[in-house]
Design a protein around this ligand. Structure first.
Ligand code: HEM
Length: 127
């Protein structure tokens, strides 16, 4: 959900004039949080495109605002727990019954959601 995520951004309207990253932004401006960009930012992630599962072992080393696929704060996704449970159940069921092979690299399309167009998998039944 850091590199191949589905929701790439969320928005907020600033309730007051704010300075973000040294830039003064007027009250009532709509700002976008770049979830996708933060997840690939080398200031927060060593070798961001590398598959390093161990990086998650010590959550203390991860800035909590560098991984926000469900947003953050009082308006964060209300479906987070159900979505996480569904993904874990589906992944466990699929992987216990099939070996999955990537046939063709996905070619993500950025719309409101990021869709993995061209994601081709083959399923090999486990014996
Ligand atoms: C992988 C699945 C999902 C992802 C990545 C996701 C991501 C997000 C994100 C980024 C936001 C904006 C949060 C913010 O502004 O801080 C959001 C809001 C929301 N999500 Fe999800 N979501 C997922 C699944 C679901 C599901 C399964 C439900 C319902 C069962 C759901 C219901 C909502 C609702 C109602 C909001 C608006 C919350 C508010 O404005 O107070 N989402 N989601």
């Amino acid at each position: 959900m850091r590199v191949t995520l589905t929701v790439g951004t969320f928005t907020r309207i600033l309730p007051e004039e704010s300075t973000i990253g040294g830039v003064c932004i007027p009250k009532d401006t709509q700002v976008f949080a770049d979830i996708y960009g933060i997840g690939l930012n080398e200031n927060y992630w060593r070798d961001p495109l590398e598959f390093i599962p161990e990086r998650w072992e010590s959550r203390k080393e991860i800035d909590p605002f560098s991984f926000i696929p469900f947003g953050t704060g009082p308006r964060m996704c209300v479906g987070r727990r159900i979505a996480e449970a569904q993904m874990q159940l589906i992944t466990a069921h699929l992987c216990s019954s099939y070996k999955l092979h990537l046939v063709k690299e996905p070619d993500p399309k950025f719309e409101v959601l990021i869709k993995p167009e061209g994601l081709n998998l083959s399923f090999e039944k486990r014996v």
